[in-house]
Design a protein around this ligand. Sequence first.
Ligand code: SF4
Length: 353
Amino acid sequence: MNLPPTDLYGLTLGELRALLAGWGLNPIHAALVWKRLYLGLSGSVDGAGELPAAVRARLLAHTRVGVLPVAAEAESSDGFTRKYLLGLGDGQRIEAVLMRFAGRVTACVSSQAGCAMGCVFCATGQMGYRRHLTAAEIVAQVVHVARAQGAGEGGGRVRNVVFMGMGEPLHNYDAVMRASDILRDPAGLALSAERITLSTVGVAPAIRRMADEARPIHLAVSLHAATQEEREALVPAARKWPLDELMDACRHFSSTLRRRIFFEWTLIDGRNDTEGHARAVGRLVGGLPAQVNLIPLNPTAGYGGLPSRSEAARRFQRILSEEFGLPSTVRQRRGIDIAAGCGQLATPRAGPA
Ligand code: SF4
């Protein structure tokens, strides 16, 4: 069956109003549709008795609501993390993760099926690039997590969204920014920009673009190494956007938006966790308003490295703090038993659509 191409999850509220107006219908009804989709978390406009029959009929005939079917799901043994394998219309699959930390619920969403960046320790990078996701497919993941969390029944709301799932979000800039605008709409999911974080491997021109467009969401840059040579060995995309260019873009971002940048550093035992590495990070990002997030390596089938020991992580933090005044965190290891941790998301090759 051919579905209508317009997916309501991909429209801003203004675009939905314009769509209704273009059909000669009162655009005021867009607010009701929006409420149903994002407050009621209903995956359909069918049965929306509050909508005039003419509006409902047009929407049912000419649009769809791209709810992503769940192909599989798994919960971590501690109950804090739940991972969903979601199907896309063309047979591709992606993963999204619901994380419960004390007092907050976070949705970790994918921006692409697969990834072209090829970071050596990342399961998504190991599977290669398949395609960009649409804004609607990104929004649908957050709606799915919100529904799974029970927000519709008054359970804990999804308050944080991180673009840290499969894919490089800045390689799919327009769709990711459109999705973040839709997620932030106060009449819908109403996520605060303060609570949306985009993690990039360092697509320097897109970081500049975010600054020039004054995008309000947080930026996290996956650094992992502080010299060009070491970085290229872990993050092949560094050849395209060298470290100098990346740091220039970061300086432009923080001076334009006056905002702190998060730098992420996957800690790999014996590879990038020595005192010398900590000082190199301090020198590289010193002077920027920054926080360093240390992430002990998570296991993947295609990479043999081991996570740093906790003493190494503590030493790294101490050097950043005492010698460079840099705040840092060590990421809690959550969801590793269901391969839902950083760098662990991957899906089997898609079946026929
Ligand atoms: S770490 Fe991110 S950018 Fe690198 S391969 Fe994995 S998904 Fe892509």
